[in-house]
Design a protein around this ligand. Sequence first.
Ligand code: GSH
Length: 199
Amino acid sequence: MQLFYTKSSPFANCVRMVISELDIDGQIEMIETHPFDNDERLINANPLGRIPCLVDNGEAIMDSEVICDYLDANISGGVLFNPIYADWRLKTLYSLCSGLQDSCMARQMEVLRDKEGIRSEFWWERYSQAICRALKEIESKLSLLPEDFSILHINLMSALGYLDFRHSDINWRDAHPELLAFHNQFKERVCVKSNPFSG
Ligand SMILES: N[C@@H](CCC(=O)N[C@@H](CS)C(=O)NCC(=O)O)C(=O)O
């Protein structure tokens, strides 16, 4: 199997944490490539030109949720996903964590646009508000998390790590003590430490 990734992608880092948690690092050839470089191998596998993208026996698998689910189902029989598939509220919480990362990514694109002098105040504010509301909602639902370490734990740790990496001005730690306690509880886990943004 090959994984196309970049270190700066929260979605790729989520997949990499799953790879570490399932202890299958040795089975994956890691191909680091920035999507903006339009590596032909990536474009051939994923017409959207996005990472992460997994290729197994010539077959492309994406996006990050499908890759994580695929690996988990094939390697562990679903130990990471089964608890959230059993409960719609947990699935929704998973989507909220993914959406939080989408909003963080979009906010980062505004930072890049700023360098071209075309940052939109409207979108900057909209993404910032969405991030703040999502953090509040996720914190209020932390008690729903399954006791066993799951894909939801990984996705949330990925989102918090990306906030630290790209949006430290949001300062989520000060406003969300329960998220901070969650982060402290899992930050030393081996798979979390494999995320370049964990800390
Ligand atoms: N929903 C997708 C999002 C993937 C995504 O947006 N990846 C970004 C990097 S973090 C990308 O490749 N962007 C390049 C582009 O959209 O052209 C997933 O979960 O994998």
